[in-house]
Write a protein that binds this ligand. Structure first.
Ligand code: NAP
Length: 305
């Protein structure tokens, strides 16, 4: 059986919650998030993916890591919030912001160093002639960060990433409906460059797993491809979830597959799928050929409203 090289990365955007008012639902959700993180740690999840922008997710992770055995500590991927959007006028002000953001993440996560720090805003790659990445390099030299990279949304961002030196990691969206990085050869180029490659949106925020009749009004366009995916699942006897998961897990060059989970059951399910054998060549080929023209309004969640 083929060895899986990709690790499972637990996405934590869903855990941060939008709390601030103390009520029963709030308490339940914090408790559930803690249970989920504890389960992830005890079951040997390799990485957690978080960001200062995901509500309280960094602090929750920090609280859980505090009591964890050093051996069972997962690697932490977090992000630097957009700097260019703030329009700060001096290099000094921008440096203060970058440094304090990284230090605040370290404090919340209760870590001595961030394993991976990604620019959350790909526009920061070229902002002020690459100044923000140079600042992260300095923090890497000070051993506050181990690896540096960017979370991207499209091919142009990736092209720019590929043209730069000194970057270790990238996070891209990719799933059975969104194969732009395969079609344009960039997945292969990233792999050849030896980049640490994280793939998110494997279930497209859960859209790929929805029943067609549950689709929100604004996403009715997704009904046809969803029916096609379900019909292919019936034909092959492989659940949609497994088709989506295994297709990405076994792409060459993928280091980590980021999956957002809201329940312990989902984490367990994704760990189970990590151990499944690969899809057959014929099934992979069919998935690779079937969904080549899904409109951008469906595959880019930023355009969903
Ligand atoms: N795991 C399972 O077995 C399973 C089963 C059934 C359903 N699901 C559902 O599938 C969904 C995860 O799918 P996925 O991993 O493919 O997701 P995804 O498309 O990677 O979406 C997660 C990304 O969306 C962005 N985001 C921003 N705000 C968010 C928020 N408040 N909540 C969630 N995401 C936010 C984040 O990216 P940026 O940082 O770039 O903004 C985050 O990394 C979950 O809702 C889960 O409940 C999972």
């Amino acid at each position: 059986m083929m060895m899986n090289r990709a690790s499972l990365v637990l996405g934590t955007a869903q855990l941060g919650g939008n709390y601030g008012i103390a009520n029963v639902a709030l308490n339940r959700s914090v408790q559930q998030s803690n249970e989920l993180l504890q389960y992830a740690l005890s079951s040997g999840i390799g990485y957690l993916d978080t960001a200062p922008g995901y509500g309280d997710s960094e602090s929750m992770i920090g609280d859980c890591l505090e009591g964890a055995e050093p051996r069972s500590r997962p690697q932490i991927v977090t992000k630097l919030p957009s700097v260019q959007r703030l329009g700060l006028h001096t290099e000094e002000a921008r440096r203060r912001l970058v440094t304090s953001s990284v230090r605040s993440s370290l404090n919340r996560l209760k870590c001595a160093a961030l394993d991976v720090c990604l620019l959350h805003d790909p526009l920061d790659m070229s902002y002020q002639d690459g100044e923000i990445l140079r600042m992260l390099q300095e923090l890497k030299q000070q051993q506050l960060i181990r690896r540096i990279g960017v979370s991207v949304y499209d091919a142009e961002d990736t092209q720019l990433f590929l043209s730069m030196e000194g970057l270790d990691s990238i996070q891209i969206p990719l799933n059975v409906w969104d194969q732009r990085w395969i079609a344009n050869g960039m997945l292969e180029r990233l792999a050849r460059k030896g980049t640490e490659l994280f793939v998110r949106s494997v279930y497209l925020q859960g859209l790929l797993l929805m029943a067609p009749e549950q689709l929100p009004a604004g996403l009715k366009q997704a009904e046809q491809p969803l029916l096609e995916l379900i019909s292919f699942s019936k034909e092959t006897g492989i659940p949609v979830k497994e088709l989506c998961f295994l297709y990405v897990r076994d792409l060459p060059g993928v280091s980590g597959i980021v999956i957002g989970c809201e329940t312990v059951e989902q984490v367990r399910e994704n760990l189970r799928m990590m151990a499944l054998p690969p899809l057959s060549r014929a099934v992979r080929q069919k998935l690779g050929e079937s969904f080549t023209d899904i409109p951008a309004e469906i595959i880019d969640p930023r355009r969903w409203n």
